[in-house]
Design a protein around this ligand. Structure first.
Ligand SMILES: [Zn+2]
Length: 156
């Protein structure tokens, strides 16, 4: 699966992650369907609650309000514009999902309230030492405890 990350959003996420420093930060991703194998990130949230260094725990209810606004803005065209998944930072460890991350992603795809048949997780880190860029990996979670790698493409 290809995940298109517009440059503008990449820049914003970089700033947010740098600002959070040693703390994890994150939120939800709202996407545009391009094809069964390609989605563009069109909106995102930044969770207000402070994350801590070890885990970033979220609640299903955190998804509902921003999504409702997004659906209104996109005229309830759910087939094209829908919940895509989650993003968060790993300032201090590898850009792979932790066990807690994976369990919460499977929780989302298996929760009937979300209506999600899959969910994407983007894990980022801001490299402020060498590249001064956002580094990230993408993963797709499916019911049945399936996880697959996805690719992030940054577009101007
Ligand atoms: Zn994590």
């Amino acid at each position: 699966m290809k995940i298109i990350l517009p440059k503008e959003i990449e820049n914003k996420l970089f700033e947010v992650i740098v600002k959070a420093g040693e703390n994890e930060t994150g939120g939800i991703l709202m996407g545009e369907y391009l094809s069964d194998d390609e989605y563009r990130i069109v909106d995102y949230t930044i969770q207000n609650k402070k994350g801590n260094v070890i885990t970033f725990v979220r609640l299903i209810s955190d998804i509902v309000v921003p999504l409702r606004k997004f659906f209104q803005k996109t005229k309830f065209n759910y087939r094209k514009y829908n919940y895509l998944g989650e993003w968060h930072s790993h300032p201090n460890f590898s850009l792979r999902p932790s066990n807690t991350d994976a369990e919460s992603m499977w929780g989302i795809v298996e929760d009937s309230a979300t209506n999600a048949t899959f969910a994407v997780l983007l894990i980022f880190k801001a490299d402020t030492i060498n590249s001064n860029k956002l580094e990230g990996n993408a993963f797709v979670f499916l019911p049945g405890k399936i996880m697959a790698d996805a690719e992030i493409f940054i577009y101007e």
